[in-house]
Design a protein around this ligand. Structure first.
Ligand SMILES: O=P(O)(O)O[C@@H]1[C@@H](OP(=O)(O)O)[C@H](OP(=O)(O)O)[C@H](O)[C@H](OP(=O)(O)O)[C@H]1OP(=O)(O)O
Ligand SMILES: Nc1ncnc2c1ncn2[C@@H]1O[C@H](COP(=O)(O)OP(=O)(O)OP(=O)(O)O)[C@@H](O)[C@H]1O
Length: 491
């Protein structure tokens, strides 16, 4: 990229989250990722540069090691002309969802991250002329805490995502509770994964987006977004899954197309681009934590049928979900066990503030930082060193609990031997595909007290509003489990 000759007209709004905004180049397979800040929160350019460089270093030295070379794209920090950034900011403003406009794009430093456009198939530098479908999933935390420090019994039965749903709906963030449960997606069991993906398609919230040729065609911008329209989605997807036949329209066609999508995404998620390499962590889901969340309609359905979930995770060891789950499990103590250790580090820093640098709280995220993360002991010897290791592991785990998976699919010819990338088949098509992970920014040390408070809030709210009215829920549960069984038979 020639940073000297930047033209805002060649870039278009692509998406944003809470902390960054992304624009995509119209011809080339690259995006620029800018940081966002609340208005009037000015940061020195040098600080922004360092923040972005830390993101690159963390991806390179930590996440690439944990998740594997093929899935992680680190990008690089670029310096852009300020005039270009200002014009770009004006150009895209009208496309930003209202709910994200509480923060402004950083137009003062001129720094951004330049990354491959993961909504396109990787390795091609230029936008391909083949159609491309991209599914982005933010799977969230895929396990139930097994730590002995957990004090709320419900946390051993119901996962964080399912509990949090109730608070989110009560506070108006989303309109209705999703049937999606991360434990179903991470189960490795095809039927459960189909159910999870279908649930995401029913209630996408910020956990699912679908792009066609780089344009968002499905996904919720905020609670005000219109209700998901499957027939419109099927209309977009039909040429991908039923390219040359005259599959009639209507509900039958919609169902068939959605089923194909769900099956293909499941196959891709179970694919193993790292040839079975499990990565640096050996935590293993182990026998400790339950495999099914009590709040998941799938789990409830299993219970009603008197069945239990299989003992072992069905995820292949080289697949991205397996590796992501392993990193998430670096949260060995749960926030309840971690918070006192954070307080120990805090007390130490209050006494020796100059030690913050030596402890690598704000980086550098280098090889030494990575090596310390590999110490999985939970024997507290009362030292600051022990507390610090657990705090850093927790931050990394939280990052993996909030990252997204991007799956890009492009139809390929029947004889795909010339393809350099893996191929997945559906009943009528073949797709070359790539899987990547994005949003690997290490969670800040400062967010730990917030996590602690939020955890209590989520659990208390869930216990009060949901768990307490068991009697009323039982009949509804029974009905839902019947619905769920029907859906499962169809997939
Ligand atoms: O705490 P959670 O689980 O609600 O996750 C936050 C996300 O909310 P979600 O539940 O996915 O809708 C939240 O996503 P949204 O802004 O709600 O789309 C952010 O990803 C936030 O991360 P950060 O503070 O921007 O680094 C996330 O915060 P972290 O907890 O990952 O720091
Ligand atoms: N390399 C990329 N290629 C294509 N699209 C991308 C890329 N990076 C980010 N995006 C898009 O931009 C959106 C916002 O990016 P990202 O999730 O990194 O934002 P964030 O503000 O850090 O998120 P969060 O709200 O989780 O803190 C993503 O959901 C994705 O759709």
């Amino acid at each position: 990229m020639d940073e000297g000759k930047m033209d805002e007209n060649e870039w278009g709004y692509h998406g944003e989250g809470n902390k960054s905004l992304v624009v995509a180049h119209a011809q080339r397979c690259v995006v620029l990722r800018f940081l966002k800040f609340p208005p009037n929160r000015k940061k020195a350019s040098e600080e922004i540069f360092q923040h972005l460089q830390n993101i690159v270093d963390f991806s390179k030295n930590v996440m690439k090691e944990f998740l594997g070379e093929n899935y992680v794209h680190c990008g690089e920090v670029v310096q852009l002309p300020l005039d270009f950034v200002k014009q770009l900011c004006l150009k895209i403003q009208s496309e930003r969802p209202e709910s994200r406009c509480d923060k402004d794009l950083d137009t003062l430093s001129g720094y951004a991250l330049c990354l491959p456009n993961l909504a396109r198939l990787q390795t091609y530098r230029f936008v391909e002329h083949r159609p491309i479908l991209c599914v982005e999933i933010k799977p969230k935390c895929g396990f139930i805490p097994f730590s002995g420090d957990v004090t709320h019994e419900v946390k051993h039965k119901v996962c964080r995502y399912c509990m949090h749903q109730h608070l989110k709906v009560a506070t108006g963030k989303w309109k209705q509770i999703s049937k999606y449960c991360p434990l179903d997606l991470y189960s490795g069991n095809k039927q459960r994964m189909h159910f999870a993906l279908k649930s995401l398609l029913q209630e996408a919230q910020n956990n699912l987006k679908i792009f066609k040729n780089g344009e968002l065609i499905y996904g919720c911008k905020d609670a005000r977004s219109p209700v998901a329209d499957w027939s419109e989605l099927a209309h977009h997807l039909k040429p991908f899954f039923f390219p040359s036949n005259g599959l009639a329209g209507g509900p039958h066609c919609t169902g068939a197309v959605i089923r194909e999508l769900v099956r293909v995404i499941t196959r891709v998620l179970l694919s193993d681009s790292e040839k079975g390499r499990a990565g640096a962590l050996r935590l293993g889901p182990g026998p400790q934590g339950p495999r099914v969340c009590e709040a998941s309609p799938f789990g409830r359905s299993l219970r009603h049928q008197g069945k239990s979930a299989p003992e072992c995770s069905g995820l292949p060891k080289g697949c991205l979900l397996y590796k992501t789950l392993q990193v998430q499990m670096l949260d060995l103590l749960d926030i309840e066990g971690l918070y006192p250790l954070y307080r120990r580090v805090e007390r130490y820093l209050e006494e020796f503030p100059e030690e913050r640098k030596t402890l690598q709280i704000d980086g550098p995220y280098d090889e030494a930082f990575y090596q310390k993360l590999l110490d999985l002991s939970t024997e507290d010897d009362g030292t600051v060193a022990f507390a610090l290791t657990k705090v850093q592991q927790y931050r990394v785990a939280m990052t993996a609990k909030d990252c997204s998976v991007m799956i890009a699919l492009s139809p390929c010819l029947q004889d795909a031997s010339s393809e350099q990338r893996p191929v997945v088949t559906s009943s009528r098509s073949r797709f070359a595909f790539s899987v990547s992970v994005l949003d690997l920014d290490l969670k800040p040390y400062e967010s730990i007290p917030h996590q602690y408070k939020l955890d209590g809030k989520i659990v208390n709210f869930y216990s009060k509003t949901v768990h307490a009215k068991d009697a009323a829920v039982v009949s509804a549960r029974f009905k839902e489990s019947e619905d769920c069984t029907l859906v499962l038979h169809k997939v």
